[in-house]
Design a protein. Structure first.
Length: 125
């Protein structure tokens, strides 16, 4: 994997989390494959006692229903069964839900306080 993922154990809204990662020279995490998705999920599970949800770069802020990754990749993903789109009103930012039995990406409200995963390009990748 040519990326370094880092779970930040602070809780903040999606935009603040994105800014945090960008200041570190990266962006919010993207999963480009099922193995990367599983790696991210295992990271969130380890810090479940802080927050079961961790932000990733996926969002549909610009156009409702059109999901994009903050790293510019256009990798397809499959929603988990639990992820009901816009379940509670406007939900435009996506977190990785690590609750047992409900694991998967879920769009939630962007101002929710969640831990988050930053992604930077690995050196010498
Ligand atoms: Ca939405
Ligand atoms: Ca949702």
């Amino acid at each position: 994997v040519p990326y370094c993922y880092k779970l930040i154990q602070k809780q903040m809204g999606w935009t603040d989390a994105l800014n945090y990662c960008q200041k570190e020279g990266g962006t919010l995490a993207a999963a480009h494959s099922i193995s990367e998705y599983q790696l991210l999920l295992s990271m969130v599970k380890k810090t479940q006692d802080i927050s079961a949800y961790a932000w990733v770069g996926l969002n549909d802020l610009d156009e409702e229903g059109k999901y994009v990754w903050s790293d510019g990749s256009n990798t397809a993903f499959s929603w988990s069964k639990s992820a009901i789109e816009q379940q509670y009103g406007e939900e435009d930012c996506v977190a990785l839900n690590s609750y047992k039995g409900a694991e998967g990406f879920d769009d939630i409200k962007c101002n929710s306080g969640c831990t988050f995963i930053c992604m930077t390009m690995a050196e010498n990748a």
